[in-house]
Design a protein around this ligand. Structure first.
Ligand code: GRF
Length: 203
């Protein structure tokens, strides 16, 4: 698979994907393009350092322009790795079953518009939740609402600050996301016409 990644932030999830597909999973896919709505995002620097082509998403609401950039890169799988903008419906349709996102909570809990970054972990602690985690899902036209591919639990510990919890969840994200992307790239996991996820993750 030719994998494109969209990211808005520091890009630690992107980095794990770059490492994974340059190393152990190099036979399963290549990261061919990284796009961001933030030209100075750390993710763009990481892509450039890895020699991967990058592009700016000038208008995140312009699905046609995004599809043109993805087609120019020959991408057949689109991965959101800390991308904070809503994906236009035209892109969701064009990449049906080939568009993944990772969210640092156990969806449907603590997800949706406005739930991103430290706010998620603050809300988890505020609510007294004892378990949180990471979710990888296929993307539909709503924030954080597509069919779930995989989840992994992370304990909330006494005295946790949002930053401590975020770091613990991020370590799990870095383990889970590359496996999920590789499983979809290889066809081991597919989104059925019934809108349900078929196949499973070999962890
Ligand atoms: C991660 O927590 C991810 O789950 C969320 O945004 C954060 C991105 O972090 N979507 P990074 O840019 O990959 O370090």
């Amino acid at each position: 698979s030719r994998i494109a990644v969209l990211a808005s932030g520091g890009g630690s999830n992107l980095q794990t994907l770059l490492d994974h597909f340059a190393g152990p999973a190099s036979h399963m896919g290549d990261i061919v393009w990284v796009g961001s709505d933030k030209p100075t995002a750390g993710a763009m620097t990481r892509a450039q350092a890895a020699g991967v082509a990058t592009g700016v998403i000038a208008n995140p609401a312009d699905g046609g322009a995004i599809i043109a950039q993805l087609d120019a890169a020959g991408a057949d799988l689109l991965v959101l790795a800390g991308y904070l903008r809503l994906i236009p419906e035209a892109v969701v349709r064009a990449f049906q079953g080939r568009l993944l996102n990772i969210h640092p909570a156990l969806l449907p809990a603590f997800g949706g518009p406005g739930m991103y970054g430290m706010r998620i972990h603050s809300a988890v602690i505020e609510h007294g939740a004892l378990v949180t985690g990471a979710t990888v899902h296929f993307v539909d036209e709503h924030y954080d609402r597509g069919p779930i591919i995989a989840q992994w639990p992370v304990p909330v510990l006494p005295g946790d600050t949002p930053a401590m919890l975020a770091a613990r969840v991020l370590r799990v994200e870095h383990r889970l996301f590359p496996l999920c992307v590789a499983a979809v790239a290889s066809g081991a996991i597919v989104l059925g016409d019934d809108g349900r996820v078929h196949g499973h993750l070999d962890v």
